[in-house]
Design a protein around this ligand. Structure first.
Ligand SMILES: Cc1ncc(COP(=O)(O)O)c(C=O)c1O
Length: 448
């Protein structure tokens, strides 16, 4: 039985909400940074990449055309072993490759799970376990040390713990029970960097650090970790200056808290470094997911302050499958391609092309502002939600898939392997769509 492309939404709609894209993805015939609609045969330029989770585009020749990889995928896909307790050669090959290409020497402990939110949640559990035991050593007899310092505009997922630290669109967390954990303002940069902008952000950084220090005083010994995305993604592609990251490192060290970077969206090459935190400071734990296919955490040696940390005691953090072996094998091949094709450097240079182009848009077009980016993780702003949504919708109409974030931002998430031609094609559609969308706006007609 095969459902025809025309029937896909109808069949799914009987049992689930199908308010996603109108297109039906043609897995076989989509290629590179293009997604093909199986219903119409239309090829969309893909600056969306399944919410930034597809690193090499569609049917990359070194994936789809690699016979040994296809066979290995086939062999593992007919099984689903519980990787936390039953080990395979395929898993060891993956971990070895990850170790060579992506695991920094300062984050030697690893844990795998399915889902970015669960990765972040397990990073928090690792920190709670560490802090509570530290407090026992200090003489506490109750479990103290279960708060997470986090930031405004953060998105860390929709699982039990992560909902307490996610505060972008209220719909995502409202009515669900949450913890009252200390939330600090987040002093994002604005671009271009003028002396006024710098002065303003320095002021907001000082305020945020003062808030954090106050929380550490107000809740002594209770804050287990500082959790932040190196660049806040869903909240609006909000960049922090290295100076701010350094202050967070200092606060974590001085207050016996772990510094956790949520690299679920920023990790695996997108920023022009393998991990985005490499632009800033070394954290104690990172959470990863999305482009890594398998999600999880990597943790550093500070964890070992406590002998009975979660990587040393069975079942403190665990799940049945411990990540999915198919995802591990797929990620192993992705890592090999990233390494062979020097894709992290490629991202850095394509990122320069992209950023220069959107800086040009901001100069040329009255209603485009705040062009910013690290590697291919670029973004720009429109005046408000309405105009931003109108541009995104017009892009879709003109066969470019691109994502919004924050109240008024458009974010770029092309595959790491995107070519200069693919970038230019997408940018041409974006510029034309901007002109059409704003041209329709009764308030600003003719000005944009
Ligand atoms: C920074 C960040 N953390 C966590 C998550 C949650 O990941 P998942 O949706 O895989 O649970 C996301 C998802 O967009 C994210 O961007």
């Amino acid at each position: 039985m095969h459902t025809s492309p025309q029937d896909v939404h109808k069949v799914l709609g009987k049992h689930m909400l199908t308010d996603g894209f109108d297109m039906v993805l043609d897995l076989e015939n989509s290629h590179g940074a293009h997604l093909r609609d199986a219903k119409t045969g239309t090829d969309y330029v893909d600056f969306f990449t399944f919410f930034a989770s597809n690193p090499l585009g569609m049917n990359h020749p070194k994936m789809a055309g690699h016979e040994a990889f296809r066979k290995e995928m086939h062999d593992v896909a007919i099984h689903n072993p519980s990787n936390s307790d039953v080990y395979t050669q395929q898993m060891a090959d993956f971990v070895e490759t990850f170790s060579r290409v992506g695991i920094p020497d300062y984050l030697p402990h690893s844990f795998f799970v399915a889902g970015g939110g669960l990765a972040v949640e397990n990073a928090m559990k690792t920190a709670f376990d560490w802090k509570v035991q530290k407090n026992f050593q200090k003489g506490y007899r109750d479990e103290v040390g279960t708060m997470v310092m986090h930031f405004e505009h953060a998105f860390h997922g929709r699982t039990g713990y992560t909902m307490s630290v996610t505060n972008t669109e209220p719909t995502k967390v409202k009515y669900f029970p949450k913890f009252e954990w200390p939330r600090v303002s987040s002093p994002a940069m604005h671009y271009p960097e003028t002396p006024e902008v710098i002065a303003d952000v320095e002021h907001r950084e000082k305020l945020a650090i003062a808030q954090a220090e106050r929380f550490f005083m107000e809740y002594p010994d209770e804050i287990a970790c500082i959790l932040i995305e190196p660049i806040q993604a869903e909240g609006g592609d909000r960049h922090f200056r290295p100076e701010f990251h350094k202050e967070l490192r200092r606060l974590a060290d001085e207050n016996e808290a772990l510094l956790i970077y949520d690299e679920v969206q920023t990790g695996v090459g997108l920023s022009g470094k393998f991990w985005c935190h490499e632009h800033y400071v070394q954290p104690d734990i990172i959470a990863f997911g999305k482009k890594a296919q398998v999600c999880g955490i990597l943790a550093g040696r500070r964890i070992e302050d406590i002998d009975t940390h979660v990587f040393a005691v069975s079942s403190r953090i665990n799940s049945t499958w411990g990540g999915n072996l198919v995802d591990m094998v797929r990620f192993k091949r992705i890592l090999e391609v990233i390494e062979e094709d020097n894709l992290v450097d490629h991202v850095a240079s394509m990122g320069e092309v992209l950023l220069e182009k959107i800086q040009g848009f901001a100069q040329k077009h009255e209603f485009i502002s705040n062009p910013r980016g690290k590697g291919l993780m670029c973004a720009m702003d429109l005046p408000d939600t309405h105009s931003r949504n109108a541009v995104v919708k017009e892009c879709m109409h003109n066969e470019l898939l691109i994502l919004p974030c924050g109240p008024n931002t458009i974010r770029f998430r092309p595959p790491l392997s995107v070519t200069q031609d693919e970038l230019h094609k997408g940018l041409e559609i974006l510029e034309a769509s901007y002109e059409t969308a704003l041209g329709k706006c009764p308030f600003i007609k003719g000005r944009g």
